[in-house]
Design a protein around this ligand. Sequence first.
Ligand SMILES: C[S@@+](CC[C@H](N)C(=O)[O-])C[C@H]1O[C@@H](n2cnc3c(N)ncnc32)[C@H](O)[C@@H]1O
Length: 230
Amino acid sequence: MDWVSFWDGAHSIYVNDRHKQVHYARITADIAALVPAPDARVLDYGCGEALGAPGLARACGSLILADAAPTVRAKLKERLKGEPRITVLSPEETAALPDGSLDFVIANSLLQYLSKDVLKSLLGLWRRLLAPGGALVLADVIPPGVSAVQDAAALLSFAARDGFLPAAVIGLAKTAVSPYRKLRADLGLTMYEEAEMLALLKEAGYAPERLARNIGHNQRRMAFRAVPAG
Ligand SMILES: C[S@@+](CC[C@H](N)C(=O)[O-])C[C@H]1O[C@@H](n2cnc3c(N)ncnc32)[C@H](O)[C@@H]1O
């Protein structure tokens, strides 16, 4: 099994419905705050279930949701068919978009599931798709040394604040014996030092900066904003 098959199948990464709702509410608010203009053409790459997509679409001109998992895309298309400003695309369809057709690209909690070579080729794609003045945000990037235990602690404090602590404790126990845990052990998660990410972005033709805050609840992870340079 690889990571895309994991996300394509039934998984219990969200400990309950409340966890999923508050996760997407939080990341949607954080992403909407980074959208550069109310008419921006936005791409959410590796969007997952995108429960906040209608709200995010109201904060921009148009929203493309791209995900590699076919089942995820099929559900999004069904759920969002009444949303004229939202389009759901595969990675291949996204790669066929015209140059300069986007103003903002967000990839949240995606990079840990990609090899460094795949990330390099995506940085090239997003650079081509961004119009002058556009911006890319890479968020929830995991630095080396953040352990599964620290991720669990971040989830528990999020759960305590948002009222799903008992479910989070049970969910973590389930995750410990789940396919996620096995895949994390077998395939690993791709991690980046801050300096490595800044260098990769520069090499790919961006002027990057680390943002003061990550998107979502886990502030041990990092967010970067990068604008096409030159
Ligand atoms: C952890 S989920 C993140 C979902 C959402 N962005 C969030 O922050 O909650 C990762 C998503 O990335 C997708 N994904 C993994 N590899 C991908 C790739 N190479 N291209 C596009 N999407 C990918 C998975 O299918 C999954 O839906």
